[in-house]
Design a protein. Structure first.
Length: 310
């Protein structure tokens, strides 16, 4: 049974483990490739497969980043990692204290708390104070302290390594198709349905106003064909990301219009997956023109998602 543990010092693993370390924001196909190799190697050697990850993102702490940066929440990330078959996901806080920890000291903590016998990392991996714990350093540590180091090639895409940064960039221009290719799944955001201005209801297209975590990336403003997940049910949706310029809005919102749906879902949790970008958000000359365009968008969504391409 897979277990998610918060903080490295709370882990006390009963058997030797094969560990990989990384931020793994988004758990994209490059991450999946590395972790699948980890799990297979752990099974062959009878070791536990362990992923150690961090939250907040080190970039947020080290560079003082603000705004929308994450591709996944800490919980989403842990769930995605666990779905790959690992035995333990350890989410460790990254803060000013951790950034000062020397690589050798952190290696000792891995040995103590994770019963680490093998460490698997990418060729560009480094950890510890000023990234001193690179592959050569860790290989020496392994020789001194009795663990093996495995260097795993990250999966490339036409010669380029798939990266969380590239996926963020794709989303910021609305290219959810490219993001899906690199993630291996459709990009998703989740949140609670909250009360909005109810303008969609007034024009016959009531939307669910989603309260998305304010640090998670949302795709560029526009209209998207989406699936909405409510519990174990799935519904088609035309999702507006943006400021609703026809109504002089200024706050960016995520609002799916759920097709063939008429239920009170205020306060409930929804997840929206972005399948295809249909068009830019636009201001229309009249309310009738807006209504007509939304109607056309809905038909495009219905046809696109009904074909199984979504």
């Amino acid at each position: 049974m897979t277990e998610h543990i918060y903080q490295l010092t709370n882990a006390h693993l009963p058997r030797p483990s094969l560990v990989t370390i990384g931020v793994f924001d988004g758990v994209h196909k490059g991450h999946q490739h590395l972790i699948e190799q980890l799990v297979a190697a752990a099974r062959q050697t009878g070791q536990l497969a362990v992923v150690l990850t961090f939250f907040p993102h080190p970039d947020v702490v080290l560079r003082g980043l603000t705004g929308r940066y994450y591709l996944t929440t800490a919980e989403q990330k842990a769930e995605l990692l666990m779905s790959l078959g690992v035995d333990y996901v350890i989410t460790h806080p990254f803060d000013d204290e951790l950034r000062q920890v020397r690589a050798a000291q952190f290696t000792d903590q891995l040995l103590e708390h994770l019963n680490m016998k093998t460490l698997a990392v990418g060729s560009d991996f480094a950890m510890g104070y000023k990234r001193e714990g690179n592959v050569d350093f860790l290989r020496d540590q392994g020789a001194q302290k009795g663990f093996d180091l495995q260097v795993v090639d990250l999966l490339g895409n036409n010669g380029d390594t798939i990266s969380s940064t590239a996926i963020r960039n794709a989303l910021q221009v609305g290219d959810v198709t490219l993001a899906r290719k690199w993630l291996g799944r459709s990009y998703a955001v989740g949140g609670t349905v909250i009360h909005g201005a109810k303008r969609g209801r007034q024009i016959g297209f009531p939307t669910a106003n989603l309260q998305v975590w304010d640090q998670q990336v949302i795709p560029a403003n526009g209209i998207y064909a989406s699936w909405v997940h409510l519990g174990d049910q799935r519904f088609m949706a035309a999702t507006n990301v943006g400021i609703r310029p026809h109504f002089e809005g200024d706050d960016i919102t995520v609002e799916p219009y759920i097709l063939d749906f008429d239920r009170d879902i205020y306060g409930q949790q929804l997840t929206v997956t972005f399948e295809k970008r249909l068009r830019d958000e636009a201001k229309f000359d009249s309310l009738d023109a807006l209504i007509a365009q939304i109607g056309a968008d809905v038909e495009v969504v219905r046809e696109y998602l009904s074909t199984g391409t979504g």
